[in-house]
Design a protein around this ligand. Structure first.
Ligand SMILES: [Zn+2]
Ligand SMILES: [Zn+2]
Length: 157
């Protein structure tokens, strides 16, 4: 099997696995673990396909993060948050950070993992742990992912 040549030096590439790279955006952190990619003999890394980062982002936003336990955002000027399960008002201060792990398999790529760390809030009424709102997590995710790829030395496709 031959892979597309290195975008930087035109050298031949082989498949490799990125053990771990992490990035942050505001209060959230994202890490990818075991992500398949291509690397040349000089160690230049690149995505398996040019559209890999877009597909990864879409998967995270539309499928994985949609399953997070989340509260509901209310209020126009002064935002407040309510438990997604029982509707009680959530505190403004996070109780702790929690890490959620998603197993991904993007079509042609082997399985790998994305870990999302975010502040969680425990409902005072029903004790459910949750993020304040999916909106907040989703709007930070693209930036965090960009920092992950920068940390791993993968140029934007
Ligand atoms: Zn190269
Ligand atoms: Zn509740």
């Amino acid at each position: 099997m031959t892979f597309r040549s290195c975008v930087r030096c035109r050298g031949a590439t082989r498949s490799e696995v990125l053990e771990r790279a992490a990035g942050e955006a505001g209060p959230i952190a994202v890490a990818v673990e075991g992500m398949p990619l291509l690397a040349c003999d000089k160690g230049h890394r690149q995505f398996l396909q040019p559209d890999f980062p877009r597909r990864l982002l879409e998967h995270l936003l539309e499928e994985d993060e949609g399953r997070l336990p989340a509260g509901e955002e209310k209020g126009l000027l002064l935002k407040h948050y309510h438990c997604g399960q029982c509707g009680a008002r959530l505190t403004a201060q996070a109780d702790h950070q929690a890490t959620f792990r998603f197993d991904l398999a993007l079509e042609d790529a082997g399985p790998f993992r994305v870990a999302l760390t975010a502040p969680v809030y425990r409902c005072p009424a029903c004790a459910r742990d949750q993020v304040h709102s999916l909106n907040e997590v989703r709007k930070r995710t693209p930036e965090a992912l960009t920092h992950v790829f920068q940390a791993a030395g993968i140029p934007p496709a």
